[in-house]
Design a protein around this ligand. Structure first.
Ligand SMILES: Cc1cc2nc3c(=O)[nH]c(=O)nc-3n(C[C@H](O)[C@H](O)[C@H](O)COP(=O)(O)OP(=O)(O)OC[C@H]3O[C@@H](n4cnc5c(N)ncnc54)[C@H](O)[C@@H]3O)c2cc1C
Length: 405
């Protein structure tokens, strides 16, 4: 008889895990997925495109209902898992139902952070995480009233772009002195800022939100330096917090995320975690690629095959506010490294390659990202680059003409 394997969370990591499990474990498990969102798993990354009006919400489903059905997966969506009973090996679902498991996987993702400032709970304060948020933001966009977005990382920029594209006046506030400081060096961030401003978005840096004004609804935002920005709505896009409550309440070790070993196993035998809710070797990843790598390893492990997750080399390769951005590895350049630079502000292009000990160790690209995956491969494989050093800035086809397609 198949062993009951329960996955809590029906997001991107869970969907990929099921995909990998049905390929590797061949009927060993009876899989049930419990997800609190009221729809099938979808590609969360594409919410930015939905907000920007480039993709329809119903087109972002990862797999159609028939796919899950044909693989015998029991889907419980619109259901909140409220408790793990580690001893009885059961997960409780809101409304008193319980689901038994022999193996349990937590794939509960993250929740957007809400700044702890006065006014944070006023009507008109939103976040940007799921389709319900996007529906609200689209309704907001239709009103074309001024909006403040707090957070100049990927999410904030995407929210600002989507709203501005719909004709909403947007002011983007960022606490730091440059946008996307975790992915970009100062010149790249300055170029991104000017490209974003060209889309009609006002960007304020060093902007520390002190309070949100309004009687019952948002009327504006006040910064710590006294500046005031009038707004009808505020969107928090200033970070995420892994969803660890289920694990914590069950006595499973958590740090920032649910602590897992190289098999993605938590401190409780037979209970695993992956994706944004997991913390591996002190790191909680906030991107899809590590979640997918974890899914591959966990599926192999659950199939009884040898597999260990060693951590991920994180790269950012995306369109931010309509601008292509890539960043990987040591993009600032540690002591003893050297950088090759190419900058053409008018064309909206910036390239920086960081080399240390004869190897590519980091890269930042804005605008022309055609060779991003090649650079990433060079960083990941640590291949010596002395032979292509003179041409590598100009891309793979010039540096390796014989290998170009
Ligand atoms: C707008 C947006 C754009 C993004 N763009 C990018 C990008 O360009 N590149 C990139 O790499 N990453 C991007 N990300 C991040 C990426 O979407 C996440 O890293 C990825 O979705 C993580 O997958 P996950 O399965 O761990 O979490 P999620 O996809 O969040 O899934 C977790 C699911 O678990 C559910 N859940 C939580 N608790 C419970 C419970 N108790 N009971 C039942 N269900 C529960 C949640 O509701 C959710 O549906 C973006 C995120 C957003 C919001």
């Amino acid at each position: 008889m198949s062993e009951p394997l329960v996955i809590v969370g029906n997001g991107m990591a869970a969907a990929r895990l099921v995909d990998e499990l049905v390929k590797t474990t061949l009927g060993r498990y009876a899989i049930a997925v419990i997800g609190d969102e009221p729809r099938l798993a979808y590609n969360r990354v594409l919410l930015s495109s939905v907000l920007a009006g480039e993709t329809a919400s119903h087109d972002i489903e990862l797999r159609p209902a028939a796919w899950w059905r044909d693989r015998g997966v029991t889907l419980k969506y619109g259901c909140v898992a409220t408790e793990i009973d580690v001893g009885r090996r059961e997960v409780k679902i809101e409304g008193d139902e319980s689901v038994a498991f022999s193996r349990l996987v937590l794939a509960t993702g993250s929740t957007p952070l809400r700044l702890n400032v006065p006014g944070a709970d006023l009507n008109g304060v939103h976040t940007f995480r799921d389709t319900r948020d996007v529906d609200l933001l689209l309704a907001l966009a239709a009103r074309k009233r001024p909006v403040v977005v707090i957070g100049g990382g990927l999410l904030g920029l995407e929210a600002a772009y989507g709203l501005a594209k719909a004709g909403t006046p947007v002011t983007l506030l960022h606490l730091m002195d440059r946008l996307m400081e975790r992915q970009l060096d100062a010149p790249a961030a300055a170029l991104l800022k000017s490209l974003v401003e060209r889309k009609g978005i006002e960007v304020l840096l060093n902007a520390n939100t002190a309070r949100i004004h309004g009687a019952t609804r948002v009327e504006g935002v006040e910064l710590a330096d006294g500046r005031r920005i009038a707004a009808d709505a505020v969107i928090f896009a200033a970070g995420i917090r892994p969803n660890v409550a289920l694990a914590k309440d069950a006595g499973i070790a958590v740090g920032r995320g649910v602590v897992v070993d190289d098999h993605l196993q938590t401190g409780a035998p037979g209970i695993f975690a992956l994706g944004e809710c997991a913390e591996h070797r002190g790191i909680c990843y906030g991107l899809v690629e590590p979640a997918y790598e974890q899914a591959r390893v966990l599926a192999r492990h659950l199939a009884g095959k040898t597999a260990a997750y060693q951590g991920s080399v994180v790269a950012t390769n995306l369109k931010v506010s309509g601008v292509s951005v890539f960043s990987a590895g040591d993009f600032i350049g540690a002591d003893g490294s050297e950088a090759i630079l190419l900058s053409d502000v008018r064309r909206g292009t910036y390239k920086k390659l960081v080399i240390a000990d004869g190897r590519l160790t980091g890269a930042v690209l804005i605008g022309d990202v055609g060779d991003a995956l090649w650079y990433l491969e060079l960083i990941r494989t640590r291949k010596p680059v002395a032979g292509i050093r003179a041409d590598m800035m100009f891309g793979r086809s010039l540096a390796l003409p014989s290998k170009a397609a």
